[in-house]
Design a protein around this ligand. Structure first.
Ligand code: BYC
Length: 312
């Protein structure tokens, strides 16, 4: 049973920038929304491995291959920290993964777009990891301790990911005319989906208000999106590439960029499962799980055998 006194005490506690830990009392709705967001986040890390893994065998040099392998492996690790952090809220990781494998769970819309060329790997690192960092730096100050600590570690690795993507983009943008064209094409295709990663505009965001009050979210979707744009436009200029937004211009009065309208129909279409790669991504996760069933069975059989022999 939750009473107003408990809820007020909880709110006052998070307002003091104190962290909620796994065994602390929390409103049921706080727990539920954290499970929702953290599970979606964990799934995003795991599904996010797929578009990049697509290029491991085709990386242009051995060095690039080693770097990409390390990055993709890091994303798997991020998924593991996050699944562990969600489990502190009393849910089973198997159930969360099961929801993902059956297409019930949400994950970031961005991973439903295909990686068509090597420069897409640059664009993913630069823009997708760049957007993820802006969001996750803010989440380092989230009120739930295990999530906050996972974010601190993840952000360190994301910085390397963003940098490796930008280095690929530099190489492509300074390469032959054909390579520069590829880099521009990647920017054209990844720019708007990257802006969509921050979620619906504040007026359409269902969870923001309550989650900001509970300090789960520290900045609104639109604030973070603006921050990402202001940070990334000069980086595109340095590369000599053009952001595909005719309405983009510096607003000296506000000290930030003005920019065009996001295609929200496209966003919701992808979120609802009708993006270019939604079905392919879920099928790939399901196949990985089915292919790995024998490993889980063998590990369980071995654990049972050890238990029996110990008892004996
Ligand atoms: N895609 O009320 P709102 C990475 C949903 S991976 C899909 O604003 P909230 C990487 C939202 O879930 C990093 N769905 O929600 C990995 C909600 O639906 P439900 C991924 C979206 O939670 C590999 C509804 O729309 N980062 O870096 O307050 C390789 C209403 O939205 C999206 C995270 O997961 C979306 N983009 O705010 C490379 C960050 N946006 O649940 C890179 C953690 C919204 O009511 N998550 N929806 O059915 C968050 O910070 C927040 O959940 C969001 C949304 C800002 C994304």
């Amino acid at each position: 049973m939750e009473n107003q006194e408990q809820l007020d005490k909880f709110s006052a506690y998070v307002q003091q920038e104190l962290k909620i830990e796994a065994k602390d009392w929390m409103p049921e709705q706080y727990r539920k929304t954290l499970v929702r967001q953290m599970a979606q986040h964990a799934h995003s890390e795991v599904v996010g491995m797929l578009p990049e893994a697509n290029w491991i065998t085709r990386a242009p040099t051995l060095k690039r291959k080693a770097i990409l392998l390390a990055k993709v492996q890091d994303e798997g690790g991020h998924g593991l920290y996050l699944y562990s952090a969600v489990e502190t809220l009393g849910v089973e990781r198997d159930d969360l993964v099961n929801d993902l494998n059956h297409g019930i769970a949400k994950y970031s819309s961005i991973f439903n777009y295909p990686t068509l060329s090597w420069s897409d790997i640059g664009a993913v690192g630069w823009l997708v990891d760049g957007a993820a960092i802006v969001n996750q730096v803010s989440l380092q100050r989230t009120s739930y301790g295990p999530y906050s600590r996972a974010m601190i570690r993840i952000c360190k690795e994301e910085s390397f990911h963003q940098r490796q993507g930008y280095v690929i983009m530099m190489k492509m943008a300074q390469g032959s005319a054909e390579q520069k064209k590829m880099a521009q094409d990647s920017l054209n295709r990844w720019w708007w989906p990257s802006l969509m990663m921050f979620g619906p505009s504040d007026k359409d965001s269902t969870h923001s208000q309550q989650n900001m009050a509970w300090r789960i979210k520290r900045h609104s979707n639109d604030e973070l999106r603006q921050k990402f744009i202001d940070m990334t436009v000069p980086q595109a200029e340095y590369l000599g590439l053009t952001i595909p937004d005719p309405d983009l211009k510096w607003n000296a009065e506000k000290g930030q960029y003005d920019w065009g309208e996001i295609d929200w129909d496209e966003f919701w279409n992808v979120v609802k499962g009708n993006g270019m790669c939604n079905k392919e991504r879920v099928a790939a996760r399901k196949k990985a799980s089915d292919d790995g069933a024998w490993v889980r069975e063998a590990a369980t059989a071995y654990a049972n055998k050890r238990k029996t022999s110990k008892v004996a």
